[in-house]
Design a binder for this molecule. Structure first.
Ligand SMILES: C[S@@+](CC[C@H](N)C(=O)[O-])C[C@H]1O[C@@H](n2cnc3c(N)ncnc32)[C@H](O)[C@@H]1O
Length: 221
C-alpha cells in the first residue's frame, strides 16, 4: 500500500488534514513524512522518547506522530517561520519558532528535553542538514536521527570527502544526491567521538515517497 493510502486509512487522517490545510502538493508532503513515521513505528518502547522535528515547515512528522502515538508525550516542531494553523487543537504537540543557529536553542533544548529524543528533519536545505547533524551528535539525549536531505552543496561534499574520492564517485557515475547523502553520513561518523553508532543506513524511498529527493538517512547511537 502506498504511504498516502496508508495515511488516508488512518482514523485521524481527516483531523490532520483539517489542521494542516492549505498545503500545496499534499500527497508529496504526506509521503515524505510517512517514510519517517513508518520508521518511528518500528521503534519499541516509544513511550521513552520524544520527537523533535527541525526545519519543520508544515510539521507533518510531529503532527502525525502526536495523533498516532499517544505514548509519545512531546512532539516538537522547530522552524524559524511558524505557519498560522490551529496547532493548539493537537495534544502533545508544540510548534516553536526558532532559528537553529541561535544560541538560545541550546537553552530551549536543555529545558524541554526530559527524555531520550528522536530527531527528525525533512528537506533542510544545503548546510542546514549539517547543523542538524551537529545538534544530534553533540546532545547525548538525541538517540535516533531520521534525516531526508535535499539541495546539494558541492563544496561541502568536497570538504568532507576530499576531491579525490569525489572524482572517483563521479567516474563511477554515482548519482549526485546519493553522494550528498553519503557525505552527510561520513560527516556524522567523523564528528562523533563518543564511539561507534549502533546503526547507520540510507534507505532509498523511491517506491513510496513522491519526492525526487527521497533518501532517508537513519542513525542510531
Ligand atoms: C524546504 S523547507 C522543508 C520544510 C518541511 N520539513 C517539509 O519537508 O515540508 C525548509 C524549512 O527550513 C526552515 N529553515 C530554514 N533555515 C532555518 C533556520 N536557520 N532555522 C530554522 N528553520 C529554518 C524554513 O523556514 C523551511 O520551513
Amino acid at each position: 500500500m502506498s504511504y498516502v493510502s496508508e495515511f488516508l486509512n488512518l482514523k485521524c487522517s481527516v483531523d490532520i488534514l483539517q489542521i494542516i490545510k492549505p498545503l500545496k502538493k499534499i500527497d508529496k508532503e504526506i509521503s515524505e513524512a510517512y517514510s519517517i513515521i513508518r520508521q518511528i513505528r518500528q521503534i519499541k518502547n516509544r513511550e521513552n522518547y520524544q520527537i523533535i522535528d527541525f526545519c519543520s515547515g508544515n510539521a507533518l512528522v510531529p503532527i502525525i506522530s502526536s495523533f498516532l502515538f499517544p505514548e509519545i508525550e512531546k512532539n516538537i516542531a522547530i522552524d524559524k517561520n511558524k505557519l498560522n494553523r490551529e496547532y493548539d487543537k493537537i495534544n502533545r504537540f508544540k510548534y516553536v519558532k526558532a532559528n537553529i543557529y541561535d544560541e538560545g536553542l541550546n537553552i530551549f533544548l536543555k529545558e524541554n528535553i526530559n527524555q531520550k529524543c528522536i530527531l527528525t528533519s525533512i528537506h533542510a536545505c544545503k548546510k542546514l542538514s549539517f547543523k542538524i547533524c551537529d545538534i544530534f551528535i553533540s546532545n547525548e539525549k538525541f538517540e535516533y536521527l531520521f534525516l531526508m536531505p535535499c539541495c546539494i552543496d558541492k563544496n561541502k561534499i568536497i570538504e568532507i570527502l576530499g576531491i579525490e574520492l569525489f572524482n572517483i564517485f563521479l567516474e563511477l557515475n554515482m548519482d549526485m544526491y546519493d553522494i550528498w547523502s553519503y557525505s552527510i553520513i561520513k560527516y556524522c561518523q567523523k564528528s562523533y567521538i563518543m564511539g561507534e553508532y549502533d546503526k547507520i543506513s540510507i534507505i532509498k524511498e523511491n517506491k513510496n515517497c513522491l519526492s525526487q529527493v527521497n533518501n532517508l538517512i537513519i542513525i542510531k547511537k
